[in-house]
Design a protein around this ligand. Structure first.
Ligand SMILES: C[S@@+](CC[C@H](N)C(=O)[O-])C[C@H]1O[C@@H](n2cnc3c(N)ncnc32)[C@H](O)[C@@H]1O
Length: 322
């Protein structure tokens, strides 16, 4: 709704959200959470370990308790389960670099350059750390089953089905289906460091023996010919340019069996501007020349690659049949 007078509260709300990530950046930069890997420590002990001034550190510690990244019992601080898993550098599941990249002034300067000159910034993104985070998001199990169901693959049916999950990340979307259909198998493709995460999650979810892993770049790796009943492109097409998508859709067409299904999960631009998809549209364009393409663009590209029955089956899901 258009306001008729200036709104200072709107102005404050536009920038104050930045304070929280900046405070957490400071804690990551002094490696605070890694210092709490063993025993709880007091503020003076942490000040020494992190080489900080105790007075400033005391305020930061209080803030981190308030935002649930630290516990404090009788003046001794310890990590919460979230900071222990994702902000302690000594854990495999450390995701602090992901946090630093997403909030990095240098990365946002790169986006400014992209905005001025139209060249993507190509920041180095530690996708394996995002995969660790995603591998702990259990609500995604249910939404993944909903996605397969909407695509016409009933997760409850015990039928042999071979899936190709390209840019699989932690793999949770395919593993959810493998858990409910004991005859389903998946081939996961991603970068080697990300496949460490998906291999680990396949073990945790009890589907390791029906999952195989191929490391490589999706633009060059062989996808085979007439091998798969379904292929999944989850949250990857918006990082790719239109030409890269077209080329990938062609190769997936060859990899699918006749009647096979391509399922795409991606934010799509709406007719009316909307906060989440327009932000993804800008960020993916500025980082790699991609975009939150509208359904009509996908439909055009997929029909050009020979697919039929291209249908939008959810706000972020679409399917096409070979
Ligand atoms: C946002 S994650 C999506 C993960 C998963 N498919 C999902 O839907 O949650 C994007 C994934 O694409 C992978 N990726 C990006 N570019 C790639 C490339 N050129 N080759 C292989 N994997 C790539 C990243 O490593 C990352 O795991």
């Amino acid at each position: 709704m258009a306001h008729k007078s200036p709104d200072p509260d709107l102005f404050y709300s536009l920038y104050t959200g930045i304070f929280k990530p900046q405070m957490i950046r400071l804690a990551i930069q002094i490696d605070l959470f890694s210092m709490l890997d063993d025993d709880p420590l007091s503020c003076p002990e942490l000040a020494e370990a992190c080489q900080c001034h105790p007075q400033g550190l005391q305020s930061l510690l209080d803030y981190l308790v308030a935002v649930q990244l630290l516990n404090c019992i009788q003046g001794k601080y310890s990590n919460t389960p979230t900071s222990a898993a994702f902000l302690n550098r000594r854990r495999k599941s450390f995701a602090g670099d992901w946090f630093m990249v997403e909030t990095s002034p240098a990365v946002w300067d790169g986006f400014l350059q992209a905005l001025r000159y139209g060249q993507p910034a190509y920041p180095i993104i530690p996708f394996e750390q995002d995969a660790w985070l995603e591998s702990y998001r259990t609500p995604r199990l249910e939404s993944s089953l909903e996605m397969w169901h909407a695509a016409g693959i009933d997760p409850m049916l015990n039928i042999p089905i071979r899936i190709l999950d390209i840019a699989c990340g932690c793999g949770i979307k395919s593993f959810a289906l493998l858990q409910t259909n004991p005859s389903a198998r998946v081939v996961c493709i991603d970068r080697p460091e990300v496949l460490d995460v998906s291999t680990c999650l396949a073990g945790r979810m009890g589907v390791r023996t029906r999952s195989s892993f191929r490391k490589g770049d999706l633009s060059t790796i062989s996808l085979g010919s007439s091998e798969f009943n379904a292929a999944l492109l989850g949250q990857i097409t918006y990082y790719l340019t239109p030409d890269q998508n077209l080329e990938l859709f062609d190769r997936i067409f060859t990899a699918l069996l006749p009647g096979g299904l391509l399922l795409i999960d991606a934010a799509m631009r709406m007719e009316q501007p909307e906060e989440a998809s327009s932000m993804i549209d800008f960020l993916t364009w500025a980082s790699s020349g991609g975009g939150a393409y509208p359904f009509d663009a996908y439909k055009r590209w997929l029909l050009a690659s020979g697919y039929q029955m291209v249908e939008q089956i959810g706000s972020t899901w679409l399917k096409a049949v070979k």
